[in-house]
Every structure is written in C-alpha cells, then in structure tokens.
Ligand binder design. Structure first.
Ligand code: ATP
Length: 384
C-alpha cells in the first residue's frame, strides 16, 4: 500500500496530457543520468523541474526538446510520439539561459526569425512581432541590436522569440539565472503573469526552489536522475515525500530532528531530547495518521517547518505546546526574525514575528505547532 502510494506520488499520471514522458532513461556510456523518469502535464500547466546541480534537469529538458537523444523510454507531445522526432518538428519553443540572440539582427528580426524560417509572409510576421512586443512591453526596442539592450531586455526578446511561434509547449532552461537578484524577481512576476494570460504549457528548469514554488502549477523534484516527488507547490511544501525534498524545498529548510514517538491513546507522544541535562520536550500530535498509529514505538525523524516553531501570540498556535528555549543565534530578517535553537541533538530554526524583541542568548517561550508535522523513516528517509 505504502509502496503504491509512493509510486503514485512520484509519477504524474494524466488522462489527456499535452506532454507525457514515460520510463525515460539517458546514459552517457556507463553513466546513468536519467533513471526511469515518468511525468505528464496537462495543457496550461507550468511544470518546474527543480533539483541540485547535476541532477539531470537540463538533460531531461534536452530530451523533451529533442536536443538530447534518449537511451530508452518514450516522449509524447499532444498524443504524438516524438521520441525520435527532429526538434524543429516537435512544435516547441525553447528559451535558454544564454538567450542566444543573433547579434547582427535587430530585436524585431530576432523575434521574427522563427517565422521567417517557416516562410510566414512578411505582413503576418510583422503583425505577430508587434503583438508580442506589446505583450512584453518592448515595442520601443524593436529596431535596436541585442548589444544595445540590458540583461532583462534581452531576456524579454528571447521570450518574444519563443512566444511569437505560439507552440504547443515552451521549454525554459534557467532563463533568469543571468539576471541580478532584483531583476530576477521582477521577471519572475512577468513570466507568471504571461503564463496566466496565455495559459501556455511550460516546462521550466531551475535550481532555485523559490522560483519553483512561486511559478509552478506543478513541481518535479529531482535528485541523481530520479524523480523524488511530483506535486503542487503546496503538496511539496506541506507533505514532502522524503527528507531530501523536505530539506531542498523551503528556505530556511525544514527542521529535521530525531524524536521518540509512541502512541498515547489516539495521540502521538513525541519526545525530543534536549542538551545539558534539561528535561526532554514532550509534544502531542492529535492527528498522527494511520501510518504512525500502526507503527511500533521508537525513534523516528520528524520534520517541522520553521514557522511551526514560533513566538507566543503569533499565528494560530496551541499555547499548551509551549516551552522555554534558549536562542543560540537570532537573525532579524525584516518581516521575520529567525532564531537558532538546539534541540534533539541538532540545530533547528524558529521563525518569529519580525517585531518581537529578542536577542541571541535570550530564553523565551516557543510554541510548537504540530498541525503540519511530517514523520520520516529514520533509515530510508521516506515519509511515513
Ligand atoms: N554530454 C555529456 N557527457 C557526459 N556527461 C554529461 C553530458 N552532459 C551532461 N552530463 C552529466 O549529466 C549530469 C546531469 O547534467 P544536467 O546538465 O542535466 O544537470 P542539471 O541538473 O541541469 O544541472 P545544473 O543545475 O548544474 O545545470 C551531470 O553530472 C553532467 O556532468
């Protein structure tokens, strides 16, 4: 049962997908880069592939785009098998990190190039170019050369070149990574707005988990060429499939600590060791779920997001689950203040309101909100 559930969580099954990748593997010699990857999206989905550097995101995108030949498996776009189809015949448009604009062509010609290659008549081409330029707010730039543009403007032109084609599928490979932090956030919002307006089907690669959370309708988390979890941003954040996902998605990361978990009536009693001979922390989870209720008592790993450890009076916390904790380090971050506490043999992060007056070395009451606690197998790291 658990295995089936996990399997279901790790593949996205869809009845009428615009893209379906089935059992895809890619190797270079003996090096297995993608291992039996299956994923599908509906038209209008914004799928973000996220994972650490080298996990195979770009390779997967390359296979979908036809730039990388697959070793085994199958790729369908809108019901057509394109596994071995030439990239130009897949009805997709790609936007890369490097933008790859033609330096000797004007912005307008860059945007229209794909249409010209497809022998679209000039009048129709010009109409589409100006529509896209209006959409991206780059009309005044159409006669300029790429060298005369800022990074953000180049990024828009690269997007314009993709948008003008109106393809079945857009592929984006880290399109914002060359931009400075502020512009990244602005462009992120613009891409999201564009997606909402056009309802385009997008596959987007990033190693930035905030970009993934903010843009995606569906996230695929990868590690070492294997899909770890497929889900909405909320599912991935609230119910990570394993400790890797829990740790990778969210900033600061989810606190993972060792605890002794026993059933006490219908509640789970969670005992967390403290340092310096202090009494252990005893917490109660009223809704531990069948997976925990039916397990023998023993040590588990539990996951609590920083916002589940908070100051009194903030958010909806149960004041009964409140303990004095020594704040090792306090890090004010404007709207939030983060505090590091030593618990369960590790350092955990509490997220407090930015206006609480606390300093490193203070001992203050911290409330534990267990409504979104995660339990993980201590050996495999899988969600229980
Ligand atoms: N042509 C190739 N020959 C051999 N190994 C390759 C080749 N292309 C990619 N790799 C390896 O495949 C793995 C996955 O690379 P890929 O670019 O897909 O990762 P990624 O998740 O997109 O990483 P990043 O976020 O750093 O771009 C890496 O270990 C890389 O070294």
């Amino acid at each position: 049962m658990t295995n089936n559930l996990q399997k279901k969580e790790r593949t996205a099954v869809s009845s009428n997908p615009i893209l379906a990748v089935e059992n895809l593997s890619k190797s270079y010699g003996d090096l297995r880069i993608l291992k039996d990857v299956s994923v599908a999206i509906e038209a209008g989905d914004f799928l973000v592939l996220v994972g650490p550097s080298g996990c195979g995101k770009s390779t997967l995108l390359g296979c979908i785009g036809g730039l990388t030949e697959v070793t085994s498996g199958n790729i369908q776009i809108d019901g057509q098998d394109v596994t071995h189809t030439d990239p130009a015949k897949r009805d997709i448009a790609m936007v890369f990190q490097s933008y790859a604009l033609f330096p000797n062509m004007s912005v307008g010609d860059n945007i229209g190039f794909g249409l010209e290659v497809r022998k679209v008549p000039k009048a129709e081409r010009d109409k589409k170019i100006s529509q896209v330029a209006e959409l991206l707010k780059i009309e005044p730039l159409l006669d300029r050369a790429p060298a005369q543009l800022s990074g953000g403007q180049r990024q828009r032109v690269a997007m314009g070149r993709a948008l003008v084609r109106d393809p079945k599928l857009f592929l984006f490979d880290e399109p914002l990574s060359n931009l400075d932090a502020k512009l990244r956030v602005t462009m992120r919002t613009e891409i999201k707005r564009l997606h909402q307006r056009l309802n385009a089907s997008i596959i987007y690669v990033t190693h930035d988990q905030i970009e993934a959370m903010t843009l995606a309708t569906k996230i695929v988390v990868m590690k070492d060429g294997v899909i770890q979890q497929v889900g909405t941003p909320r599912e991935i954040y609230d119910t990570p499939a394993n400790i890797f996902v829990a740790d990778f998605m969210g900033s600061p990361a989810m606190n993972i600590l060792v605890a002794d978990v026993t059933m006490d009536g219908l509640m789970a009693r969670i005992e967390i060791a403290r340092e310096d001979g202090q009494e252990p922390l005893i917490l109660y989870d009223p809704n531990p779920g069948e997976g925990i209720a039916s397990r023998p008592a023993g040590a588990l790993k539990i996951g609590l997001r920083p916002e589940a450890l908070t100051d009194l009076g903030s958010r909806s916390v149960n004041a009964e689950q409140q303990f004095d904790c020594l704040l090792d380090v306090v890090e004010p971050a404007g709207s939030d203040t983060f505090a590091v506490i030593r618990l369960g043999g590790t350092e955990v992060t509490a997220r407090m309101h930015g206006d609480v007056d606390v300093n490193s070395g203070d001992t203050v009451p911290i409330c534990f909100d267990l409504s979104k606690i995660s339990y993980f197998d201590p050996k495999s790291g899988e969600r229980l």
